[in-house]
Design a binder for this molecule. Sequence first.
Ligand code: ADP
Ligand code: MG
Length: 295
Amino acid sequence: ATPTAIMVGTGKGAEQGILIKGGESLERIQAVRAVLFDKTGTITKGKPELTDVLTVPNMASSEALRLIASAEQGSEHPLAAAIVEGAKVQNIELAAAPEHFTALVGKGVEAHVDGKTILVGTRALLSERGISFAQFNEQMEALEAQGKTAMLAATADSVIGLVAVADTVKPESATAIKQLHEQGLDVWMITGDNRRTAEAIAAQVAIPADHVLAEVLPEDKANQVKRLQEQGYVVAFAGDGINDAPALVQADAGIAMGTGTDIAMEASDITLVKGNLTSVPVALALSRATMRTIK
Ligand code: ADP
Ligand code: MG
């Protein structure tokens, strides 16, 4: 690899908002045969909005939303921001900053609101606390089939309702993935979200259901990259979050969204300044062209 060719290649990238760390990164990228995209914040905008609030018969939906949003005030998750914002829009006054707040990574939150425990999160979270939510099963599945993320809410011993948020796909995601398919690459999606929601989002960008890795806990994302590598793929991972850093490092090439966290960018070979996914096929083509010049 001549230093001049690499300078030209990285220079061309930079002009298009594709920051490549150096010659080694450029070389790793050109060998990529599969791209694994994180869902939230990478394929989708990562700015979900509150769409639905359902409650048990003896509770007003405004009261359920007040309890849920109050509990979520302590969370930095984009889902939490959507819920808090949704309550604000409805002029619901939240309780003071929640006491005993705990973020349960990949599952939800637990906090004390008005002195009592409120849980918000996944089926797994309620199940592990022995809380039944059978009365919400059907509605939850229907919301997920629409690509929404539905979260259950409960007190320490019983379910109180369900909130759903919708995160829309970025306008260029489908085009970017189509171009990668045309380049002969295999495209996968990974998420901590449930399988039904994940498949509904994947379908919008033409990622087949058998290329969707759903319900993956944050600490397991790097392992999923490893599994693809063990199947013989040279893997690029594209993500934006703090939780994505180990997967970005494990991948043969790490691609960070410049709109995401610094930690993700530090762990990556490439940063897409504007978080524009069509830069992924451009970067791959650029790296191949640069390496060809060298040979
Ligand atoms: P992703 O991989 O899509 O970024 P996460 O791993 O962060 O998703 O979260 C996985 C799931 O855990 C979410 O889909 C949601 O159901 C639940 N969850 C995570 N954080 C929260 C929160 N603050 N409030 C409620 N539910 C949450
Ligand atoms: Mg994410």
